[in-house]
Ligand binder design. Structure first.
Ligand SMILES: [Fe+2]
Length: 486
């Protein structure tokens, strides 16, 4: 669902000097400058608008906070037992439940990127209060979301690398609704003091193990796509010792002893509701329509491609520049390409002259489309046969397609062939890495007193920068401070 800017920005538009009048712009603004008071103010208005939309009767939390532990144990069981049923169905020959083809899976990874790229942000606002023992579980959760300062464990960095590896960046031209969940997380990060019960409730909801995480990891691996980001969360969000358990403990530790416990619990429930706001995982997956995605890709590309073709490039009686001049004409342009037999749907892509422009030894449009966009076009042309999940890049020169291997099998084979160790996620971090912020941090720290040292570390661990070399270094130093109890 598209949320028009005027619906919730109206009160601040006139006084605004920051260009952030859509959810995407506000999200990007905060992702780059988390210190901006004006952006944080806008994020707070947005948060309030999301709270106003919540339906309290839809909350499945128990009536009383002390029933939480039982609730967690019983609510995590259905996810694992339903996953068992899923595996049985797959063994019996059922098709993938989520991803119809490789393009579908990559679409999902791109659409949820605004959420995944701020993973853990909702807890950030409590970091300045790390000495409060009641926040110990929450601070530790944030520290672990940041991979304890290791670049091969920092959740946001892992996702950034996933986007790069599969050609899914830049993450642009997404529907506004895909920014809702990430913006809620950034808004909570910026206003933790005013929304403490909501932060704790959000954490409770977000850190429970959902069925979709298990199925997503399974099907990504099956399609040869690295599932590590998702398998990592299956292990860290467990109900026994992981983030889910700590999230329950954080609620119990923070129930007021002097103030109103009922009011606290009411607001925890609001925060819990916020963790499910926006477009959910299965909604994103169900929302994939390959015809619509192809049109979107061509329309987006037409902004640069319009005017770049020569006059003799004609399709259906119109030259290509003319077709690309108006986005509304793109569906008709694609039909014209089919009618002129430039595109032959339902057969291998090598039989389409248009594909020959994109890939191969004489591809005049080589490099115009990202590898994600090529996969969508490939699967769209191929049609039902794309359900085999092959990458367009796997087609060899003899036009034969090898049997598709799961990600883990392919990784093992590659490691065996190269004689290298298997760990694909290990890169050695280095404090000598060339990075201006890292240099600045290491130069400033010895000149500061203990309180200022802690605050510069916290600043470097903000959602906008904890994944950078300076942020990772700061996270490690913060860990020493936190666990030493100094
Ligand atoms: Fe995470």
């Amino acid at each position: 669902m598209f949320i028009a800017a005027h619906e919730w920005f109206a009160p601040v538009l006139e006084e605004s000097t920051v260009n952030a009048n859509t959810l995407a712009e506000l999200y990007k603004g905060l992702s780059e400058d988390f210190e901006s008071e004006e952006l944080k103010h806008k994020a707070r208005l947005f948060l309030e608008s999301e709270i106003a939309k919540l339906d309290a009767s839809a909350c499945d939390l128990p009536a009383q906070a002390h029933e939480l532990e039982d609730w967690m144990q019983t609510s995590s069981q259905p996810a694992t037992s339903r996953y068992g049923q899923y595996l049985e169905e797959r063994k019996a020959g059922s098709p993938r439940r989520y991803f119809s083809n490789r393009a579908h899976a990559l679409y999902f990874l791109r659409a949820v990127a605004p959420t995944k790229l701020v993973d853990g942000a909702w807890v950030y606002g409590l970091l300045n209060h790390w000495r409060n023992p009641r926040f110990a579980d929450l601070i530790r959760t944030y520290f672990e979301e940041l991979g304890e300062g290791s670049n091969d464990k920092n959740h946001v960095l892992i996702y950034r690398q996933l986007l790069t590896r599969y050609g899914l960046d830049p993450v642009d031209d997404l529907a506004e609704s895909f920014y809702t969940q990430g913006l809620i997380q950034l808004a909570l990060a910026g206003h933790a003091e005013e929304y403490l019960p909501e932060v704790i409730g959000f954490n409770l909801g977000y850190e429970q193990l959902p069925l979709h995480l298990l199925i997503t990891a399974y099907e990504l691996n099956e399609l040869g796509i690295d599932p590590y980001y998702f398998t990592l969360h299956v292990t860290v969000d467990n109900a026994n010792t992981g983030h889910a358990r700590r999230a329950v403990q954080a609620v119990l530790d923070n129930i007021p002893k002097l103030g109103s416990a009922d009011e606290f619990w009411r607001r925890v429930r609001i925060g819990y509701g916020l963790s499910n706001a926006g477009v959910g995982t299965t909604d994103v997956i169900d929302g994939f329509n390959i015809d619509r995605e192809v049109v979107r890709i061509f329309a987006h590309k037409s902004e640069a491609g319009h005017g770049a073709h020569s006059d003799y490039c004609r399709v259906g009686g119109r030259n290509v520049n003319d077709w690309l001049a108006r986005k509304e004409d793109i569906p008709e342009f694609l039909s014209a390409l089919e009618k002129a037999r430039w595109i032959k749907r339902g057969v291998p892509v090598e039989q389409s002259r248009f594909w020959g422009l994109l890939q191969g030894s004489r591809a005049e449009m080589f490099g115009v489309f990202t590898s994600y966009e090529l996969q969508v076009i490939h699967d769209w042309i191929l049609g039902d046969a794309s359900r085999d999940g092959h990458s367009y890049a796997e087609i060899d020169s003899a036009n034969s397609v090898p049997r598709r291997a799961s990600f883990r099998v392919a990784a093992r084979l590659a490691a065996t062939r190269s004689g290298m160790s298997l760990d694909l996620h290990t890169q050695s971090p280095s404090t000598s890495m060339l990075d201006s912020d890292l240099q600045s941090l290491t130069q400033q720290l010895p000149t500061l007193d203990a309180a200022d040292q802690a605050s510069i570390l916290v600043k470097a661990m903000a959602p906008s920068q904890h994944w950078t070399p300076a942020g990772l270094h700061a996270t490690k130093l913060f860990g020493r401070l936190f666990f030493s109890g100094a």
